[in-house]
Write a protein that binds this ligand. Structure first.
Ligand SMILES: Nc1ncnc2c1ncn2[C@@H]1O[C@H](COP(=O)(O)OP(=O)(O)OP(=O)(O)O)[C@@H](O)[C@H]1O
Length: 262
């Protein structure tokens, strides 16, 4: 698999502050689902914003299919924790407008039809004409996922998209995302930031762990569990527990290192 995303010696700091990220080298093949874990403040969101082209590195470079990332683009969809729907537009219009921008020249009626189709995929057919404020947090996040999928970008960057949800909705949206991803003819490359080791192991093909101060890669592990995964049997398996434990130890050692250094 060719690398869809490459980070080469990436370093970043905010203005004159200490470096947030240092010497990050990472190759992400097309179609891989990568989960990014790390302590709070280790720079996960910063790394995602660099990939999104919303910020730029001080050192090194980020590439998509060999070309430098120079700004945001429809070849990289983003889903953040705060839903980010336009409050003055209905749910369907939020998605149809995005499709229209991503596929210039598409007739309005076609954009709308595609939007309705994607809302159906996330179980929101009944909310098509509603405004974001009329929806629950889980429904808004589903709409944001529908919009990200509808853009048909080869890359999806997700920053704790389920972090604000209750456990039931969180599990539901994890399943919805994996089902949508697994059934795509050409799988998207996903970079998914989370604090939750279980979530990372349930969703990911690979788990990358960012250490703190400055953020460096401290672990890069393949997730060996076959798909389609069954939540209950996976969470009960000894392989899952062993990998979970090993990642938890890596994170704990990083926290300890930070405390000693402080
Ligand atoms: N706009 C900003 N200006 C200055 N410093 C920032 C800015 N955004 C983030 N930081 C700092 O950069 C560091 C990394 O932040 P970032 O949000 O990338 O970490 P994170 O790993 O995503 O954290 P969390 O898991 O808590 O969301 C933190 O110390 C944070 O305070």
């Amino acid at each position: 698999m060719a690398a869809e995303l490459s980070l080469e010696g990436v370093g970043f700091s905010y203005e004159d502050a200490a470096p947030i990220l240092e010497k990050i080298d990472l190759e992400i093949p097309a179609g891989q689902f990568v989960c990014l874990l790390g302590a709070s403040g280790s720079g996960k969101s910063t790394l995602l914003r660099l990939l999104a082209g919303l910020q730029f590195p001080d050192q090194g470079r980020l590439l998509q299919n060999g070309k430098p990332i120079t700004g945001p683009g429809f070849d990289r969809g983003v889903v953040f924790q705060d839903y980010a729907l336009f409050p003055w537009m209905t749910v369907v219009d939020n998605i149809a407008i995005a499709i229209g921008k991503a596929q210039p020249g598409t007739r309005k009626a076609d954009c709308r039809a595609q939007a309705v189709d994607y809302l159906g995929k996330v179980g929101l057919e009944s909310a098509v004409g509603q405004y974001p404020f009329e929806l629950s947090g889980g429904m808004r996040q589903r709409a944001a996922i529908a919009r990200a999928l509808a853009l048909r970008s080869p890359v999806l960057l997700m920053d704790e998209p389920f972090g604000a949800l209750d456990p039931t909705n969180r599990a539901r949206l994890q399943d919805l995302l994996t089902e949508a991803w697994e059934t795509e003819a050409t799988k998207k490359t996903i970079v998914f930031v989370t604090h939750d080791i279980d979530e990372a192991l349930y969703l990911g093909d690979r788990v990358v762990v960012l250490g703190s101060t400055p953020g460096r890669l401290i672990a890069d592990l393949p997730v060996p569990f076959a798909r389609h995964r069954d939540r209950r049997s996976l969470f009960d398996s000894s392989g899952f527990h062993a990998l979970r434990e090993s990642i938890a130890e890596t994170l704990a050692a990083d926290t300890l290192r930070q405390l000693v250094a402080a």
